[in-house]
Design a protein around this ligand. Structure first.
Ligand code: ATP
Ligand code: MG
Length: 199
């Protein structure tokens, strides 16, 4: 690197640092936030459980509701339950294959009661509502009721919602929203879903 390009690099880094420092100084609020991980790409639940590990690693209290993969094995659940994370799983193990709408709706309502209890518990720092978006899109849960429970949660508590096609009103309500876009997925090339990678 020549002297001038070295100087330019330094100047640019200083400008970036000044900008970030200013933004850090302006971020004064301390409260729990709502995060949404949505989109068609792989990584929504992985991001949620990554955040759970982060929180547990700092000694925070976390609870998880899984709204879909009831009967499925789940690596994160195996690990995190050993760390004292409460998991509530939808009983019927709803999938797009189940045919009994009434049964699925009841199962959603039952596990939603557990979610409401968590969203009311000030001891919990983080509550994960994994695959919640489908419950709203299928009309198994009332959007207004979900929004009310999330809005009325304890101030310091954070919430994560995952799933494709997140409702516009939840996106508006959220503080942080990431939409994961599929660029490629191994499944499309005929590769089977794998333990430890996909669940
Ligand atoms: P992950 O749990 O791997 O983070 P996800 O939560 O983003 O995935 P879901 O819609 O919950 O995605 O799908 C769960 C399963 O479907 C996972 O096994 C995942 O690997 C797979 N999957 C996710 N996105 C795609 C895709 N675009 N094409 C095919 N399979 C996918
Ligand atoms: Mg998922």
């Amino acid at each position: 690197m020549t002297k001038t390009s070295d100087d330019r690099y330094k100047q640019r880094q200083q400008r970036i640092k000044a900008n970030i420092d200013q933004r850090i100084a302006q971020a004064k609020q301390e409260r729990g936030i709502i995060m949404v991980f949505t989109g068609q790409g792989k990584g929504k639940s992985t991001a949620a459980f990554g955040t759970v590990s982060r929180a547990v690693g700092h000694g925070l209290s976390v609870a998880v509701v899984q709204f879909i993969k009831g009967n499925w094995d789940c690596g994160e659940r195996n690990l995190l339950m050993q760390q004292g994370v409460e998991f509530q799983v939808m009983a019927s193990g709803f999938t797009w294959e189940t045919q009994d709408r009434y049964k699925d709706q009841r199962a959603a309502q039952t596990v939603w009661q557990e979610a409401k209890r968590m969203l009311n518990n000030a001891q919990l720092d983080l509550v994960v509502l994994d695959e919640l978006t489908y419950m709203i899109n299928y009309d198994y849960l009332l959007l207004d009721e979900v929004i009310k429970a999330i809005t009325q949660r304890p101030t310091q508590q954070s919430v994560i919602i995952t799933g494709r096609g997140c409702h516009r009103r939840l996106i508006e309500l959220a503080d942080t929203v990431s939409e994961i876009r599929p660029v490629k997925h191994a499944f499309d090339a005929g590769i089977k879903a794998q333990k430890g990678i996909d669940w």
